[in-house]
Design a protein. Structure first.
Length: 143
């Protein structure tokens, strides 16, 4: 990722091992690029939360925590919007059949809220047909 002598990249396409440290380094670079573009604190929080959920899903659910697999990232961060795509090597899933975590019968289950949070905090969340790639967009509100 970027080193301390250079600015975080506003746009990049990288593939990293399915390793928590490698994934953390990419998350940090994306978030540093968001910070460099002076996104408000609430926007940075929303992006961080959605990014963490998407990366955790790729690592754990998509790649089954398998260190032999990789996670691909592509991002573009501009003044008014940012888009990040995360792709794992898993078999994918169908987002529409994921149980609703707000269903009263599921409220006490400690997991399953990542997709809900991603949709709540990002302007747009789209999946490819296979279900192993998510593209999230955050659009800044006019002041």
């Amino acid at each position: 990722m970027s080193d301390s002598r250079s600015q975080p990249r506003a746009a990049a396409h990288v593939s990293v091992p399915n390793d928590p440290r490698a994934l953390q380094a990419v998350k940090e670079e994306v978030l540093a690029a968001v910070s460099e573009r002076a996104y408000p604190e609430a926007a940075a929080f929303a992006i961080r939360l959605a990014l963490e959920e998407a990366v955790q899903n790729a690592y754990q659910h998509g790649n089954q925590s398998d260190p032999a697999r990789t996670v691909g990232f592509e991002w573009r961060i501009a003044e008014k919007s940012m888009t990040v795509t995360i792709e794992d090597e898993g078999t994918g899933f169908t987002p529409g059949v994921v149980p609703d975590p707000t269903d009263p019968e599921r409220l006490e289950i400690p997991s399953g809220r990542g997709l809900l949070l991603m949709r709540a905090y990002m302007t747009d969340v789209q999946y490819n047909d296979r279900g192993n790639r998510v593209t999230m967009t955050y659009e800044r509100q006019a002041p």
